[in-house]
Design a protein around this ligand. Structure first.
Ligand code: ATP
Length: 132
């Protein structure tokens, strides 16, 4: 089966570099399954795992937003933060989830930055999903 090169890059450096038979991501408009030789496009991503399919198996990477650039032979994902399952600190993500949930509860009484708290919660849930 043909493959496409895939790299996930953050400001801290490359997080993943490899190949895949198919890459599945969640864009703002919904889920996208991208095969090798796809026509070029760029689109923003939501805070969700990306899935790299190879030999009937799939690897997950937690990607916290950013953009995907698709070219026929190469897919590049650029995000402010991204982690492989093996590098995720589950305890840290659990604490971040609790903090974000507490902030969102407080927000029912006082003014808080909802988008910031919601995004922190999404990042924590993304990490916990990928680390499982
Ligand atoms: P926290 O509140 O725990 O810092 P956060 O969502 O605010 O979480 P980010 O700003 O998204 O953290 O990330 C900052 C850096 O820390 C990034 O390099 C990211 O990959 C890393 N990081 C954050 N949380 C974790 C985690 N649970 N495990 C591994 N790396 C993490």
């Amino acid at each position: 089966m043909s493959k496409v090169k895939v790299s996930v890059v953050t400001p801290d450096g490359p997080v993943y570099s490899g190949e895949a038979e198919m890459v599945s991501v969640k864009g703002l408009g919904g889920e996208l399954g991208i095969l090798p030789n796809h026509i070029p496009f760029v689109t923003p991503l939501t805070i969700n795992p990306i899935r790299l399919m190879n030999d009937g198996k799939s690897d997950l990477v937690a990607v916290h937003g950013g953009f995907i650039e698709v070219r026929p032979d190469e897919i590049t994902i650029l995000a402010q933060a991204a982690e492989l399952p093996s590098t995720i600190d589950v305890e840290r993500a659990r604490k971040a989830k609790e903090r974000a949930e507490e902030r969102l509860r407080q927000g029912q009484q006082e003014k808080i930055d909802f988008v910031r708290a919601e995004n922190a919660l999404k990042r924590a849930l993304n990490r916990l999903e990928v680390a499982e």
